[in-house]
Design a protein around this ligand. Structure first.
Ligand SMILES: [Cu+2]
Length: 144
């Protein structure tokens, strides 16, 4: 193998490894970053569908895939404790783990009557948690 081919093989290896490493690398959110519910309030009794408003301090909301420092998008955990989330992997998207990849800060949620927990999780462009994770307090609400 001549030097030119060896160099090309090395460059190819780096290019292949790059995206996989980048995806797993958890960024640290700026100090003081906070995600919180504007509504509903802890302990609220609400009707379904309900409006959920998501607040953020210290960072900016951007659509998923936007690779800009200091930005990410909201995620809402519905009846899902944070310790059931694999924080070293991109968050799956389903009814229990909702993504607001369009950069939304408000949503309408349909829930069955009864008690529910909601928790916000602010994550980066690749749906990966910051380290440490940026989360709200879990909220317990009662749906009539
Ligand atoms: Cu996401």
């Amino acid at each position: 193998m001549n030097k030119w081919i060896a160099g090309l093989a090395l460059a190819g290896g780096v290019l292949l490894a790059g995206p996989a490493l980048a995806q797993m690398e958890r960024a640290t959110a700026p100090a003081g970053t906070e995600v919180y519910f504007i509504s509903p309030q802890e302990g609220a009794t609400v009707e379904s569908p309900l409006t959920v408003r998501m607040g953020l301090k210290g960072m900016g909301v951007a659509p998923a895939g936007t690779q800009a420092d200091g930005t990410g998008h909201h995620h809402l955990l519905v009846d899902t404790p944070l310790d059931e989330v694999e924080l070293d992997q991109p968050l799956p998207a389903n009814d229990a783990m909702r993504h607001f990849g369009g950069g939304q800060t408000e949503t309408t949620l349909e829930l069955e009557p009864g008690e529910h927990t909601l928790q916000l999780l602010f994550m980066d462009a690749n749906h990966l948690s910051f380290a440490p994770p940026v989360t709200s307090e879990p909220l317990t609400i009662t749906v009539e």
